[in-house]
Design a binder for this molecule. Sequence first.
Ligand code: NAP
Length: 261
Amino acid sequence: MTIKVIIAGPRGKMGREAIQMVENTAHFELVACLDRKNSGKTMDKNIPVYEDPDKCFSEVKADVLVDVTTPEVGFKHTEAALRHGIRPVVGTSGFTPEQISTLSELAASKNIGCIIAPNFAVGAVLLMQFAKMAAKYFPDVEIIEKHHDQKLDAPSGTAMKTLELIKETRTAKTQGHPNEKETLPGARGGESEGVRIHSVRLPGLVAHEEVLFGGNGQLLTIKHDSMNRQSFMEGIKLCIDEVMDMDKLVYGLENLLNLNN
Ligand code: NAP
């Protein structure tokens, strides 16, 4: 069966890579793009471009929306796609827990799949799982995430997801010295239940994360680097296939991987 795909954010770094991946996958077909300009124009191979998601989703027969845009607009696209019975695969990071729960309810009410994945790189998903395992034994932990300087949200969706998973096994505690004082505000990073997250933004970086666990006389570091955006495409491909057989929202690529065998 051919899966008909709409891509939102086609001029972006992820969008351009996703278009190539869809075009190079025999059982996927690119049927339209959602952009914030060029409405009414067509791309190569006569692919129509829309600015209005409702118009796009009602005029084009599609199975899946891949959204790689910005948090504000990505939420609107995802919500509109679900209303139109199109299954979203969302790479856009920065959705709030409230937005995810709104989309979850909408997907359930429509009985269709939706995947929101803060990170489509399998290695990053494994890093998060390993961090969750380690946090049970190493409750002193800090996360350093590094991204290119055009990234809009901080901390990254992956760092927030890592934090969420760490909290599932870590015993909550305050870290560092009780009398610790920042002489430069923000020097100790963001904080949640004692865990610190540091966001680095520099040109030249793509997407990198390190989770550092400290213990008595030992340090455990778990690290993942995405060198380019191709690292995310296998995950998007898997999600496009899987979302077709799902009837609810799933948050996180780890839920689609068989991690127990
Ligand atoms: P990017 O290069 O800035 O691309 C974003 C694109 O969205 C831009 O082309 C932007 O248009 C477009 N856009 C803005 N408003 C829009 C609208 N109303 N309709 C359609 N498109 C619109 O960023 P990127 O690096 O590709 O990343 C895109 C998103 O994916 C970000 O949220 C990023 O954090 C996320 N991401 C996720 C993963 C993952 O594995 N889940 C990996 C990497 C990135 P303009 O060019 O006109 O501004």
